[in-house]
Design a protein. Sequence first.
Length: 282
Amino acid sequence: MPDIADPLAALVQLLLERRDVLVLTGAGISTASGIPDYRDDDGVRRGRLPIQGNEFRQSEAARKRYWARSMLGWPRLAQATPNAAHRALAQLQQAGHLGAILTQNVDGLHQQAGSAQVIELHGSIHEVRCLSCATVYPRAQIQQELQRRNPALAHLKAEALPDGDAQLEPEADASFHVPDCVACGGVLQPDVVFFGDGVPVARSALAEQAARACDAMLVVGSSLMVLSGFRFPRMVAEAGKPVVAINRGVTRADALLAVKIREDAATVLPRLADQLLQARRA
């Protein structure tokens, strides 16, 4: 990564010169909305490992553990609103400076901010799908059922964790009642890609197509430590196109970056939007 005296100015110039800039966002863009992220500035994971996909599907105890924590943690995520970074990206996209947005987040805040062409690599926490009949339910509806079946836990206060999870004592979920699919009695799973699972083939193909078609990539708020995110900037860089990043800490792609700004996205992106729009009017 070259040493650039004014990386923001360099980023402004790059976005003025490129026609199709693909954006990739991670948990760091949503921290200013009150949603915790997974890793520290050194890229090291915080806290315990999340439930794996196979574990959730094969173990009733794992499903109890997941849904008990989700019942307590999801309301905070559901009430989160877009911050200045989300709004700036939407503004830049609407002005024609950015193309599609690939996001590793499941919070839906890009869409709330007004962004279009959002590809949710890991799905949406706001929907729940039956693993047997594929019926989709709003997460808010499942929340009501969780609270109805588990009134003793419904009003507990718990530390919020990433993606609508919450800290809960291990024994608290032993007698937790998990709702089944109303349509067929099947197992309900949040419509997200669990750790250990792969991004659905059609969604992955759509993201790869966007990466091949773009002429630059902007990474925002992601350490890229997970391969499902890192492979896209690697693909863009291998094609000889510039990859730039706004991320407070290290990223797995640091050696590939043409420009990097080590600041919070909610601080940098509004300044970037202002400078780009001023340059466009000049």
